[in-house]
Design a protein around this ligand. Structure first.
Ligand SMILES: Nc1ncnc2c1ncn2[C@@H]1O[C@H](COP(=O)(O)OP(=O)(O)OP(=O)(O)O)[C@@H](O)[C@H]1O
Ligand SMILES: [Mg+2]
Length: 328
């Protein structure tokens, strides 16, 4: 469509967020096709930022997403994104997969017109503190979609209490509204359904939840996160269009993480010399090391992060983690 026509459509969509976004996306795509990459990127960033936390526009936009059902408030939490790309360190493989999913979503109409379906049900697997929740949040903010975290353990106990309507309303919501529905603690249902210790009633609940997931055809995405891997029932795997593996950071990722987190801090040492001491730590451990070191700097009234503070914080994290190991 000619640029003038798109501009007219854009103005006509004033007040209608969905329409506005779709026209804006088309303008960006047209610019990309014309190879105006700089303009396209800058427009995309502007569009994304306009959805960022704190902007009135974003809050107004989200108002349309009325609460699913008052009773679901106990186990569904709406998250306003507070993290963006720059906060996230991912493996190159995962960046590629996530970018592919974003592209698919942006070309949804054309893909569906060709009789193909989108990958919208994703499973994030990996140990604690390696970025499953953070990635889901950044993914939602990149797409300008609101994110809802469903606490599965609470949902299941509510289900046992015969409140199936709550569950139905969550899934119906995701079928009708473009959002990222994040099923946290998916372990609760990902564990083998054959687990002989499981209560029969629980098995029934798990099976019907899996059926809901199977029937779900989200307008946006459904992402489930689990710490489990091999013990996941094959019947669970096949309900997901894509599985993304998260691991603790390797040396390269640790370096990237340190560089990004120390960007606005002055320090008197080379952080790369400590990468070997940080290996095997999760990202959340790394985050804690840096936060503790920076707090010591503030308390010590220093303007520069001293090597000693950094080393103390690393040792403290090792001490803390070794305690956890011993308790296992
Ligand atoms: N890939 C990452 N890049 C940058 N920071 C990260 C990454 N992963 C984790 N972090 C840091 O660790 C914190 C915890 O990460 P997150 O909550 O995403 O872990 P998780 O994989 O969801 O863990 P859990 O299994 O316990 O839910 C984040 O808020 C962030 O500060
Ligand atoms: Mg998490």
């Amino acid at each position: 469509m000619a640029r003038g026509e798109l501009m007219k459509k854009l103005l006509a969509s004033y007040g209608n967020d969905d329409e506005f976004r779709s026209v804006a996306e088309r303008i960006i795509n047209e610019e990309e096709k014309k190879n105006n990459k700089v303009l396209a990127n800058s427009l995309r960033r502007t569009l994304e930022n306009s959805r960022a936390v704190g902007s009135n526009y974003s809050l107004k936009g989200l108002e349309r997403f009325s609460p699913m059902n008052e009773a679901t408030n106990d186990f569904v939490e709406r998250v306003e994104p507070s993290h963006f790309h720059k906060d996230l360190v991912l493996s190159f493989d995962n960046v590629r997969i996530l970018k592919g999913l974003i592209e698919e979503y942006r070309f949804a109409e054309a893909i569906r017109k060709n009789g193909l379906s989108l990958r919208t049900k994703l499973l994030f697997c990996g140990p604690p503190g390696c970025g499953k929740t953070l990635t889901a949040e950044v993914f939602a903010s990149t797409l300008g979609l609101p994110m809802f975290i469903v606490k599965l353990d609470k949902l299941m106990s509510s289900y046992l209490g015969e409140t199936a309507t709550n569950i139905r309303s969550i899934f119906e919501f995701a079928n009708n509204k473009p959002c990222v529905l994040f099923l946290d603690e998916f372990d609760a249902i990902a564990r083998s359904r054959e687990d002989s210790n499981e209560h029969n009633e629980l098995k029934r609940v798990v099976n019907s939840l899996l059926l809901f997931i199977e029937r779900l055809s989200p307008k946006g995405f459904m992402i489930a996160a689990t710490n489990l891997d091999k013990s996941i029932d094959p019947a669970v795997w096949r309900r997901f269009d894509e599985v993304i593996w998260f691991k603790n950071p390797d040396k390269g990722m640790i370096r990237r993480f340190l560089k990004s987190r120390l960007k606005n801090i002055k320090y008197d040492f080379n952080p790369d010399n400590y990468v070997y001491k940080l290996e095997k730590m999760s990202f959340s451990s790394l985050e804690r090391v840096l936060n503790q070191a920076i707090k010591s700097m503030i308390i010590g009234k220093h303007k520069v992060l001293n090597e000693r503070y950094f080393v103390d914080a690393i040792n403290d994290e090792h001490r803390r983690n070794s305690g956890v190991e011993q308790m296992r």
